[in-house]
Design a protein around this ligand. Structure first.
Ligand SMILES: Nc1ncnc2c1ncn2[C@@H]1O[C@H](COP(=O)(O)OP(=O)(O)OP(=O)(O)O)[C@@H](O)[C@H]1O
Length: 263
């Protein structure tokens, strides 16, 4: 059987002697979307950063498609196919939507500084390829019609989708999304959910950290619930919503149904 795209084994990280993440193990098979939820301070961001390579664990292992990457920093994990959409990420001012996405595609470019300086033929060819792949990524997130507008003129939801397009340009094997719906309301939130659903339909493997249980329930194949750094439940969205440990530790009895119906 193929290795899972992401495997975490016994991952722990503490700050000042207090566990932020404690002995977390999970596997995300190819083509699946894993939701990661939990109350404030549960350890979601710490776990996300451990997967992204922005933090080193005190113990445990991180593997990507069977390769151990535990000691690799974020930029070397990118070479293993990890792309990240950070929480509250902003577009670059002074660039169009397309140019913002092209910044992501530039990780694929092979030509060196000198070739770029003299605009060699190879360099121009690669620039064209970057443009084509950035436009294709904008299509995937439904923003092709906004390619040439200043990215900062877009509403927040479209700026988020621009960030998503930028991450997609790297042709990731694993896409990490940290609270992509934070601050979005109504139609913007629904549009983002639809785009993520489309990526899931294309078979992209994703990990989605969210506060919003309704958003995660719609998009994730399985959900891992953290509390005080430990996994307290894992299962399908319906299973975890029914889990008594989740209900008491995280949501409170009245919240579950309300959140489940909110997307
Ligand atoms: N750099 C740090 N230094 C010290 N303590 C930290 C650090 N990062 C996280 N923590 C602590 O680790 C625990 C887990 O925090 P983390 O931010 O991972 O939780 P979270 O689930 O993402 O919370 P939130 O939903 O509020 O973002 C918390 O007790 C937090 O105070």
């Amino acid at each position: 059987m193929n290795s899972p795209v992401l495997r975490l084994e016994g991952l722990s990280r503490s700050f000042g002697g207090v566990f932020a993440v404690r002995d977390v193990s999970l596997s995300v098979p190819s083509g699946q979307t894993r939701g990661l939820i939990g109350p404030n301070g549960a350890g979601k961001s710490t776990l996300f950063n451990l997967v992204a390579g922005l933090l080193r664990p005190d113990a445990g292992r991180v593997s990507l498609a069977g390769d151990a990457v535990t000691r690799l920093p974020a930029h070397r994990r990118a070479a293993h196919g990890v792309a990240i959409v950070f929480q509250g990420a902003r577009v670059f001012p002074g660039l169009t939507t397309l140019e913002n996405v092209m910044v992501g595609a530039h990780t694929q470019v092979r030509h060196g500084f000198l070739a770029a300086a003299v605009r060699s033929r190879r360099c121009r060819r690669e620039e064209r390829a970057v443009r084509v792949s950035a436009l294709a990524a904008l299509e995937r997130v439904g923003l092709a019609d906004w390619a040439d507008v200043p990215a900062t003129s877009l509403p927040l939801g479209q700026q988020r989708r621009t960030q998503l397009a930028r991450a997609l340009c790297a042709q990731p094997r694993l896409l990490l999304l940290d609270e992509p719906a934070a601050g979005l309301r109504g139609a913007e939130r629904a549009a983002l959910a639809e785009v993520i659903e489309g990526l899931r339909g294309e078979g992209l493997t994703m990990m989605l950290v969210e506060h919003d249980v309704g958003f995660v329930s719609r998009l994730a194949d399985r959900v891992t619930v953290l509390d005080l750094g430990s996994v307290i439940a894992e299962g399908t969205p319906a299973e975890v919503r029914r889990d008594p440990a989740v209900v008491t530790a995280y949501l409170g009895p009245g919240e579950v149904e309300r959140d489940a119906g909110s997307t």
